[in-house]
Design a protein around this ligand. Structure first.
Ligand SMILES: C[S@@+](CC[C@H](N)C(=O)[O-])C[C@H]1O[C@@H](n2cnc3c(N)ncnc32)[C@H](O)[C@@H]1O
Length: 445
């Protein structure tokens, strides 16, 4: 199947630190004119060489000023969205995908080379371990095609010139978190591939079917907010069901990947390829599993559906209040509430952005992440939410086992179902959450 993307650069080519290229200047024509120009240039070069240290410091100051002034300007204009500096850092991270992965492969080769000669001979003659490293490096070069496509779309979307990015990346050499780049790209599989369907099928129906039942068609005008939307598949599917959806995401890496994905209106389904396992060498039955290629997107975003879907960048807690107070009919949290630094902020924000009578629907684990201020158990989450004005509705038993079967207060209102997250069933590991599902109505103002 044809791909709209350019072929990957040959894997043997030395990866560059910064892959963004500046446009080439046109060459002057005409021999006598060109001789005069050459002489002039030569003089300028001599002068420039003498002045080099001053010029360097001048251009450094100039580019620092350019980057910081544009950073401030766009941070202001985004009114609570993603700061321009963070966006540039994520773009720089995308641009360095290949360079960063090549560091890993080089290290793997170096480690292998530490083996005694006899053992290298053994591995060489039996499993050809070196060629496995090369195969993974080649597949990473294929992945880089996707990273560069995400980068190029991001530059176009945000009106950032390659020069601005290059200037930024020169000054901020260590920005761009490669693990976040890899995680964001891996989400193409969870959200937008047929392979990820087993994962979506375990968690999406609870939310989609429940909301479709609660809000009969036509659903236009029924506003749903999906905070922590990741790569946006749940938001898209809700919009496809007729809801007016606002997806919210604060990771620039996820935002870039989601924006790229939703821009793919003219590709054929399953015409792009991504190798999601390259950076995770554990738990593989065979090298084939390490090199696994996944096709995406399983569907091409529909232009009509996209008119009902808006991505709002920024922190859920600060982005919607006070101007969107009581503005949403539904807040749908999928694998989200445990990402909170302050869970009480999340609960209060959910309560505030909902209209009176609005619905909070949740599915996900309680895997507290980075430096949470408080870590509540499930019954504590529910108790606090009830105090904030939520009434918990009976949850259909088809959505999982009753988490509080023996607790009269919560019986039948919260259900748990095994759900994976970016999990490859072909690998030699089993990792799933008993994701908790509930539907609560905001009864108090
Ligand atoms: C575990 S992921 C789940 C993504 C998606 N809901 C899914 O199920 O695939 C949590 C997401 O929430 C985002 N996130 C975390 N804190 C956030 C915040 N305060 N505001 C908006 N998004 C946030 C993260 O960047 C991440 O994409």
């Amino acid at each position: 199947m044809s791909s709209p993307l350019p072929p990957p650069p040959p894997p043997s080519a030395a990866p560059t630190e910064m892959l963004v290229q500046l446009p080439q200047q046109p060459q002057p024509h005409g021999s006598s004119t060109s001789t005069r120009i050459s002489l002039l240039l030569a003089c300028l070069v001599v002068v420039a060489a003498l002045q080099y240290p001053m010029l360097v410091s001048y251009f450094q100051r100039l580019s620092q000023a350019t980057v910081s002034s544009s950073t401030a300007a766009i941070a202001d204009s985004s009114s609570g969205g993603i700061d321009r500096g963070k966006l540039l850092a994520a773009l720089a991270g995308m641009s360095r995908y290949r360079a960063k992965t090549s560091v890993t492969w080089k290290k793997k080769r170096a480690e292998y080379n530490k083996l005694p000669a006899s053992q290298k001979l053994l591995l060489g003659s039996t499993i050809n371990y070196v060629s496995k490293i090369s195969a993974v490096a080649n597949a990473a070069a294929m992945n880089d095609v996707t990273a560069q496509a995400v980068l190029e779309h991001g530059l176009r979307y945000y009106g950032i010139s390659p020069f601005e990015l290059q200037s930024y990346a020169k000054i901020h050499r260590n920005v761009g978190d490669h693990s976040q780049v890899a995680q964001a790209l891996k989400h193409f599989v969870r959200d937008w591939s047929t392979v990820g369907r087993h994962e979506r099928d375990a968690i999406f129906p609870q939310i989609l079917e429940t909301l479709v039942d609660m809000f009969p068609a036509p659903r236009s005008g029924v506003r749903v907010l999906v905070p922590g939307a990741g790569l946006g598949r749940l938001s898209y599917d809700l919009a496809a069901a007729g809801f007016d959806v606002v997806a919210n995401e604060f990771s620039p890496y996820m935002v870039l990947a989601q924006r790229y994905m939703l821009s793919l209106k003219s590709v054929k389904p399953n015409s792009l390829t991504f190798h999601p396992n390259l950076e995770w060498w554990s738990h593989h039955r065979s090298t084939e599993s390490l090199l696994r290629a996944v096709q995406f997107p399983d569907i091409v975003p529909d232009a009509q559906v996209l008119t009902r879907l808006k991505l709002v960048e920024g922190d859920f807690v600060t982005r919607f209040l006070p101007h969107e107070h009581g503005a949403f009919d539904v807040v749908a949290t999928l694998f989200f509430i445990d990402t909170a630094r302050n869970l009480v902020d999340y609960l209060e924000t959910i309560a505030k952005v909902l209209k009176p009578g609005g619905v909070w629907i949740n599915l996900g684990p309680l895997l507290y992440g980075t430096a949470p201020l408080v870590e509540l158990s499930l019954d504590e989450v529910l108790t606090v939410a009830a105090k904030l004005g939520f009434e918990f509705l009976p949850a259909d038993e088809k959505w999982g086992e009753d988490t509080f079967a023996t607790d009269e207060g919560w019986r039948g209102k919260v259900r748990g179902k095994l759900a994976g997250y970016s999990w490859d069933p072909n690998m030699l590991t089993r990792n799933a959450y008993l994701a908790q599902f509930w539907v609560a109505r905001k009864v108090a103002p």
